[in-house]
Design a protein around this ligand. Structure first.
Ligand code: GDD
Ligand code: MG
Length: 371
């Protein structure tokens, strides 16, 4: 496999590449939404989250994807089958979670790439506008063992911190450190030389961030950074999940999988949105969901059959399947599990989560994480 050509070309114009998609995490920070559905399958801008990653990978020229599954593994093949967005899809399950490195090694059993070939590895909770072909190009030109996509964030302490030398080589990898020396972080998209994956111990729990990358750097292998400033988001927290969905709906990040045109609102089939409601900022209204007259809904995600009743006010929140916000209730940065009900008069503040099926009776009391 020989890749060459100008920046901006797709991989299929330069070469075909296969990828491993890491989707075995439990998504605990997104509970209760992830109790019934793994994080990569949560409805996001009208489709399962992964659809956006798959469509973008396909558009970049990736041809075959191996899913590394663990938590609720059976749901992935049920969602995407063996072919989607022009990609051949293969599923490799772990009997026990093997960590990110162990999962990559386990999934490598299903790769068809040769020892020298580049293999793309993607975290399954990332929205990114970076050019995958350019990342592969950097990898091949530098003859690296692995090339990491790096981006800059305001709070690097929640991520893998990755300092680089002036020539772009990675000099250290510090996973979730309290003293980050740079705001340049691991963006969760790697290009490995295939034979490097085969050096990860088989059937053992291994962290690629805490063991494989630091080990490669210590042994003098070339680990390259591909620094990029395009759109990037890890949707692993409730606020980031809501933001990611809204950014896809408004078109801030273009996605070939968006089921409609970008705009201030996306209403799915059977959604009933009153013309006397104000619905903005990239809100998605799920199938058969309802927004009644006089209500205001901004920057939110309504799963199928959710209801916002007359005069309710909802901002930056997620309403699980069939969840209901009664007249006059207010939600700001809240998460409602499937079938949860917020009775009239309740005010739910930032970070508040209601478990599936819980019903808050009518009240004058305010619920807020600040009080
Ligand atoms: N198959 C499998 N098995 N997948 C796993 C396992 C496992 O045991 N553990 C985690 N994953 C998957 C998750 O499903 C997710 O797609 C990906 O690996 C990363 O796990 P997260 O739990 O989302 O990690 P994080 O967000 O705290 O940190 C990672 O991503 C950051 C970028 O968003 C690290 O790679 C950081 O270094 C990085 O900065
Ligand atoms: Mg993550």
């Amino acid at each position: 496999m020989i890749c060459s050509g100008r920046s901006g070309q797709t991989l299929s114009e330069r070469c075909g590449v296969e990828a491993i998609l890491l989707v075995g995490g439990k998504g605990t920070r997104l509970r209760p939404l992830t109790i019934s559905t793994p994080k990569p399958l949560l409805p996001t801008a009208g489709v399962p989250f992964l659809a956006h990653q798959l469509a973008r990978a396909s558009a970049a020229g990736v041809t075959r994807i191996v899913f590394a599954t663990s938590y609720r593994s059976e749901m992935f093949e049920a969602a995407f089958g063996t072919e989607a967005y022009g990609l051949e899809l293969v599923y490799v399950d772990e009997r026990r979670p093997l960590g990110t490195g162990g999962a990559i090694r386990n999934a490598a059993q299903a790769l068809v790439s040769k020892p020298d070939d580049p293999v793309l590895v993607l975290n399954g909770d990332i929205l990114s506008g970076h050019s995958i072909p350019d990342q592969v190009q950097t990898h091949l030109e530098s003859e690296a063992a692995v090339t990491l996509h790096l981006t800059e964030v305001d709070d690097p302490s929640r991520f893998g911190v990755v300092p680089t030398a002036p020539d772009g080589r990675v000099t250290a990898f510090l996973e979730k450190t309290n003293n980050p020396m740079t705001n340049r972080i691991n963006a969760g998209s790697y290009v490995f030389r295939r034979e490097v994956i085969d050096t990860i111990p088989f059937n053992e729990v291994v962290s690629v961030e805490r063991e494989t990358f630091p080990g490669l750097i210590a042994s003098g292998e070339t680990v390259m950074g591909f620094v990029d400033a395009h759109y990037w988001l890890d949707v692993g927290t409730p606020s980031a999940f809501v933001r990611g969905s809204c950014d896809l709906v408004t078109g801030l990040l273009e996605s070939p999988a968006l089921p409609g045109k970008p705009g201030p609102m996306l209403a799915l089939e059977g959604a009933n949105v009153s013309p006397r409601a104000v619905v903005t900022a990239g809100t998605v209204v799920g199938c058969d969901a309802t927004i009644e007259a006089g209500s205001t809904v901004s920057g939110s995600v309504l799963f199928d059959e959710a209801v916002v009743a007359k005069g309710a006010w909802v901002r930056n929140s997620v309403l699980g399947r069939g969840a209901r916000v009664a007249s006059g209730a207010m939600l700001d940065g809240a998460i409602l599990g499937d079938g949860a009900v917020v009775g009239p008069g309740n005010e739910l503040g930032d970070g508040l989560r209601l478990w599936p099926g819980i019903e808050l009776p009518p009240t004058a009391v305010r619920f807020s994480s600040d009080v």
